[in-house]
Design a protein around this ligand. Structure first.
Ligand SMILES: Cc1cc2nc3c(=O)[nH]c(=O)nc-3n(C[C@H](O)[C@H](O)[C@H](O)COP(=O)(O)OP(=O)(O)OC[C@H]3O[C@@H](n4cnc5c(N)ncnc54)[C@H](O)[C@@H]3O)c2cc1C
Length: 489
């Protein structure tokens, strides 16, 4: 079989391109060498945002497009993506009041018509926002949104597969050669695949994959590591903080799961995609960043977990890591022959702009594939996303499946949206959920994750399909492994 597209990499960009292409009727094969979202797309700050700080680099186009996507995503996946209020404490020595105010007005303006509350100054009634801060007299409040990043990737892959795409995990592309009008690719399981075009969406591995294919990129990929620490809850409330630092960077402190705060990120140039590991300097930087602002002192003993991811940014010659454009660049190669099968390499991008990038990728390939792509995903819900109001949906789920309990019903409603009814089809009481592995994760849900969401290992389930890994009791991973083995997957 000749595929229209062979996509290398199952992060947000690969999965979104697979969805866009499949919905446009193309035959798609996506190969992912590890698990879906195993790399950068599960290691982000988990924000659906325009990127307030990019305004300082005059990246207005990036910010505007991301803000438009923010609004679209809030509608497409209201179970998975939720509004989040940010408090920005004023730091005159770092940025004057007028500059921040102007930036926030511009941020609201670039977003156009939005469903989220607009920015404002901190008010007398904002005691909850001020309480944890050392010097909380002045500041701002503005809106963005949060997401479970790896689940967003899964939903894109699911929609792609539901429209005919083949998604193969734990299979790498190891070589590809042009043969007339097609690519002939070799996969790590010994299979070969034939495709009219290849999309290299390998994220931090974009350059090594191009080298495997024998194509030299015009520009380099600049690899920049960003790390997070997860600490015991720093403050009460559902809002987050964006904290200005003396080096003019910003660090986020975001409420995370039950009783935790996510703190990040750093910007550290690295040489290899495999270098995604936090170092002692980054830990100290992030601890300093929060200790400068919050009255509660946080130390290494408060760190529950850490993670790091690597951005692969288009090397546009900027000198500092934080100044390299976060906008994506799509590079098309045809080996100098307009009739040769094309290779499209993806640099940069954001979780927020994956859908938009996919549209652009398809538009770029369209003349080569002889298609006129339609904007099929602009107003399309992601799987499970046909929900008007999330809280009402959760209340309905608690009433319909009382045996789940409120906390589990909320977690599962957030993960599966309206597909929860399919997942729980025929289950009328607790016993119908099957073996309980801990933290409300039962055989019924694990079977869904294995059958519908490409979960193969306990790690896939604990860290990327759910976030239960952070609090998994001893032995849970082993029990899951045994269960998956017994199912023969
Ligand atoms: C610290 C940090 C914080 C961030 N925060 C945010 C945020 O809050 N909001 C936001 O919108 N964006 C954020 N981003 C940006 C966003 O996370 C990335 O732009 C995005 O995840 C990149 O996705 P990707 O698909 O290009 O790469 P990846 O997610 O890395 O996917 C590439 C995939 O390719 C696979 N692969 C590699 N080689 C092969 C091969 N030979 N064969 C098959 N598969 C292969 C890999 O295993 C990997 O899964 C952040 C980034 C970082 C680093």
């Amino acid at each position: 079989m000749i595929h229209d597209l062979l996509i290398v990499g199952g992060g947000i960009n690969g999965a979104a391109i697979a969805r866009e292409a499949a919905l446009n009727g193309l035959s798609v094969l996506l190969v992912e060498k590890d698990d879906l979202a195993a790399a950068t797309s599960s290691a982000s700050t988990k924000l659906i945002h325009g990127g307030l700080r990019y305004l300082e680099y005059y990246d207005f186009k990036l910010v505007r497009e991301a803000l438009i996507e923010r609004e679209r995503l809030l509608k497409a996946a209201p179970h998975l993506i939720h509004p989040l209020r940010f408090v920005l404490p004023h730091e005159h020595a770092i940025r004057p009041w007028w500059m921040v105010r102007l930036g926030l007005i511009l941020y609201d303006h670039l977003a156009g018509r939005i469903s989220l509350p607009r920015s404002r100054g901190l008010r007398a009634g904002d005691a909850l926002y001020r309480a944890p801060l050392k010097d909380g007299r002045r500041g701002f409040v503005y809106s963005d949104a949060r997401v479970d990043d790896s689940r967003l990737v899964i939903l894109n892959a699911r929609d792609a597969a539901d429209h005919g795409a083949t998604i193969l995990t734990r299979i790498a592309l190891i070589a590809a050669v042009r043969d007339g009008a097609v690519w002939r690719a070799t996969l790590s399981d010994g299979r070969t695949a034939t495709a009219r075009a290849i999309v290299n969406a390998a994220g931090p591995w974009v350059a090594p994959v191009n080298a495997q294919i024998g194509v030299a990129s015009r520009a380099g990929a600049r690899l920049i590591k960003g790390s997070h620490i997860i600490v015991h809850q720093l403050f009460a409330g559902d809002h987050a903080y964006i904290l200005q630092q003396p080096d003019r960077r910003i660090v986020f402190a975001i409420p995370y799961l039950d009783g935790l705060t996510l703190v990040g990120t750093t910007d550290v140039p690295v040489d290899r995609a495999e270098d995604a590991c936090i170092d002692a300097v980054e830990v100290a930087y992030l601890l300093d960043a929060i200790n400068r602002h919050f009255t509660r002192r946080t130390g290494r003993q408060d760190i529950v977990a850490t993670y790091s991811g690597i951005r692969s940014l288009y090397d546009d010659g900027a000198s500092e890591a934080r100044q390299v454009t976060r906008d994506y660049v799509l590079e098309l190669d045809d080996g100098g022959n307009a009739d040769a099968p094309p290779l499209l390499s993806i640099f940069g991008g954001k979780i927020t702009t994956g859908r938009r990038l996919a549209e652009d990728a398809l538009a770029k390939l369209a003349p080569r594939l002889g298609i006129t792509p339609a904007k099929v995903t602009r107003n399309r819900p992601l799987p499970g996303g046909e929900i008007a109001d999330f809280d009402t949906f959760v209340a309905g789920a608690i009433a319909r499946w009382p045996f789940l309990g409120a906390a589990r019903a909320r977690r599962m409603a957030g993960a599966y949206g309206v597909l929860l009814a399919t997942l729980l089809d025929g289950v009328t009481d607790e016993s119908g959920l099957g073996e309980d592995f801990g933290h409300g994760l039962t055989a019924c849900e694990v079977a869904w994750l294995a059958d519908r969401e490409w979960a193969r290992t306990a790690e896939d389930i604990l860290w990327r399909r759910t976030r239960i890994g952070l609090s998994a009791p001893a032995g849970m991973a082993e029990r899951l492994t045994a269960f998956l083995a017994a199912r023969g997957r």
